[in-house]
Design a protein around this ligand. Structure first.
Ligand code: PAF
Length: 279
């Protein structure tokens, strides 16, 4: 089946309204394309939660910093559309930059404290860009549910917060991370890794699992995290931006071992690998 594609907000809304008139529920799966099985898992989850699934593909310029990979971010609309159709998606919304940010656009959404640490500290303005585009997509589609991967954990917390704060009538569904056989979380940016870097990348999962085992056993969080960071550097990661035990909702650091989330970003050359796991 060829996936229907709409490119304007009016066409998107007309389709969702006609589903609604038939009593059908819709799930939204926002993406930036370059789809992999992680994204298709979001579509399959959307299918379980609703009668119709809308995917969006929009490489959002406002969430990329000036020295980031916006221009070279992989784009393959035809390939993405075929994968989405195969996963049971019903509609693709693929707007242009002018549709999302017409001349005169000036609003930016700042979700506050949950966005300031971690990725927010390394990527100034990133979460304002994400929050603004996600708010637009949620309001444009008017879906009942929207699915986001737990892989970008801080993004998920940011979206939950903004939906709560702005009373957007949508249920946010966090979907567990899909991993390669060695535990590497699927990401469109894994395509940037060389063969050698890809070998090293699998060590992130191993080190994080060891760190979680040690946190469960108890002891000094500071020492355990310092040991984890040292293990990543010894495994040949170029740098560790952070390895932290945080509260699962606020993302504030937890000083003593307690249930929460272990979050990490480690670099291999220019590629930043993000991961997180429940503790
Ligand atoms: O996770 C992503 O792919 C993007 O940040 C999102 C949520 C589609 C917003 O552009």
């Amino acid at each position: 089946m060829t996936l229907p594609i709409v490119r304007t907000v009016a066409d998107l809304r007309a389709q969702v309204s006609s589903w609604r008139a038939q009593g059908l529920k819709a799930a939204l799966v926002p993406t930036m394309g370059a789809l992999h099985d992680g994204h298709l898992t979001l579509v399959r989850r959307g299918r379980e939660l609703a009668d119709r699934v809308i995917a969006t593909v929009f490489v959002n310029p406002t969430q990329f910093g000036p020295n980031e990979d916006f221009a070279r971010y992989p784009r393959d609309e035809a390939g993405d559309a075929a994968k989405l159709a195969g996963a049971g998606c019903d509609l693709l919304f693929a707007p242009t930059v002018d549709v999302m940010y017409p001349a005169g656009f000036s609003t930016s959404i700042d979700v506050g404290p949950v966005t300031t640490r971690w990725e927010g500290a390394f990527r100034p303005g990133h979460f304002q860009g994400v929050a603004t585009v996600v708010t637009k997509l949620l309001l444009q589609a008017g879906a009942d549910t929207a699915c986001f991967g737990e892989k970008d954990y801080q993004q998920l917390c940011t979206i939950r917060q903004l939906v709560r704060d702005l009373d957007i009538p949508v249920a946010i569904e966090g979907v567990p991370t899909v991993r390669e056989a060695d535990g590497l979380a699927l990401s469109s940016r894994n395509a940037y890794l060389s063969a050698e870097q890809r070998q090293v990348a699998g060590q992130l999962n191993r080190v994080m699992r060891t760190t979680i085992d040690r946190l469960h056993a108890g002891g000094s969080v500071e020492t355990i995290l310092a040991d984890g960071t040292a293990a990543l550097l010894a495994a040949d990661f170029t740098a560790v931006d952070y390895l932290a035990l945080v509260d699962a909702a606020t993302l504030e650091p937890l000083p003593t071992p307690a249930p929460g989330r272990l979050i990490c970003t480690a670099r291999l050359g220019a590629v930043r690998l993000l991961d997180n796991m429940a503790v």
